[in-house]
Design a protein around this ligand. Structure first.
Ligand code: GLP
Length: 260
């Protein structure tokens, strides 16, 4: 894991966008795994800026989203379909045919999930997966005690996650209980992962994910087993890390060829 601590979310998001831009320039039909939530908003804004400046072409890029609420139609304002169109897709030149987001209205959920895994495999796997983290350590919607080898499937949200996401729905009562999410194993198959976390509410989950024991109680901790993970933090999200000074030194002293 490479831990990159930046003064604020904007600086961290710019660096993360640079990693994605570099990949897409090297491989115009790259397969990106995308996340929702408030965390990747600045990253998406930066990707949009690069595109609008003529520096990034998404024409051949393929995307798979991590998750979706069950029961929400794609045009529901709180669906992750809507989120992705409002915050990224409608501002870049991606081909709608190349976008995959789990279908919250799928009638046969297990069959849908199996097909989603097949579709990821059919394009040769995900090159780079963007991840946020829940305050309980979830990635995608893999809540604590999720199997660390799980694949795309239905999950039930914890009370904590429903409370955290209530701000988007007006009240907690409106937050769906069930979701479709890529599994931890699905995420682990991506060739590279970028995990972003900002703000003091993420500090404990990040410390457990990065420095804690590998545990299904913090599904993000499974990323310790991944070969290529970059963790982008702002200062408040980094406050509970024991080895922050070491991570800072490593980052500041990277050899020129390794810089972001
Ligand atoms: C959401 C999403 C996750 C996201 C996390 C954190 O429920 N399913 O993909 O990383 O919870 O959300 P936020 O970025 O808004 O803090």
């Amino acid at each position: 894991m490479e831990i990159i601590i930046q003064p604020d979310p904007a600086a961290a998001s710019r660096l993360a966008a640079r990693v994605i831009a570099r990949l897409v320039r090297a491989r115009p039909d790259a397969v990106l795994g995308l996340a929702t939530g408030s965390t990747p908003l600045l990253l998406y804004r930066e990707l949009i800026r690069l595109h609008q400046a003529g520096e990034l072409d998404f024409r051949h890029v393929r995307t798979f989203n991590l998750d979706e609420y069950i029961g929400l139609a794609p045009d529901h304002p709180q669906s992750y379909h809507s989120f992705m169109w409002v915050n990224l897709f409608s501002h870049i030149n991606i081909d709608p045919q190349n976008i995959r987001i789990p279908d919250g209205l799928a009638s046969d959920i297990p069959a849908f999930c199996e097909r989603y895994e097949d579709q990821i495999r059919a394009v040769g796997g995900i090159d780079l997966q963007v991840l946020g983290i829940g305050t309980d350590g979830h990635v995608g919607f893999n809540e604590p005690t999720s199997s660390l080898t799980s694949r795309t499937r239905i999950k039930t949200l914890t009370e904590q996650t429903r409370r955290d996401n209530a701000r988007f729905f007006g009240s907690e009562a409106n937050v769906p209980h069930h979701v479709i999410t890529m599994g931890v194993g699905t995420v682990m198959d991506a060739r590279e992962c970028l995990l972003l976390a900002f703000g003091p509410a993420k500090a404990a989950a990040i410390a457990a994910a990065v420095e804690g024991p590998l545990s299904a109680m913090n599904p993000a901790s499974m990323l310790q087993m991944h070969r290529v993970v970059k963790v982008f933090l702002d200062e408040p999200a980094a406050t509970s890390l024991q080895r922050a000074a070491y991570y800072r030194w490593v980052y500041e002293n990277k050899p020129e060829w390794q810089r972001l």
